[in-house]
Design a protein around this ligand. Sequence first.
Ligand SMILES: [Cu+2]
Length: 140
Amino acid sequence: MFFNALLLALVPAALAANFPVTIGANNTLTFSPDTVVAAIGDTITFTVVSRNHSTTTTTFSGSVCPPPPGGVGPNGWDSGFLSDIDGSLPTFTYKVVDTAPHFAACMQAAGAHCRAGMTFALNPTAAQTYTQFLANAKAS
Ligand SMILES: [Cu+2]
């Protein structure tokens, strides 16, 4: 009886996945991977491994770069600036709360990192692909 209750309590945690995303690998202006497909309850843990960057939600098209402080919602996110200049490997974790596509970028340098392709998609769709978002960011 106690064992069954314990098992049931553990099931949700066992089903939720965490997706690690590296920001600035090898000192590049990148998120890797640049796309994550995740379910409600999953988490994404961003880790900045070089320089000073952010992960901040923005619009799919139009004024993509730079993403605005606070991020674009609903259910967006904004890590704020996370500096690895001291080698601290700062992290930011987002918990997925809906199935909508979310598009994010780095807000550094007035949008220069974003326009250089420092972009990320959570649950992109056939109508709103990561490839098109990246093109929109570069052109914004
Ligand atoms: Cu950046």
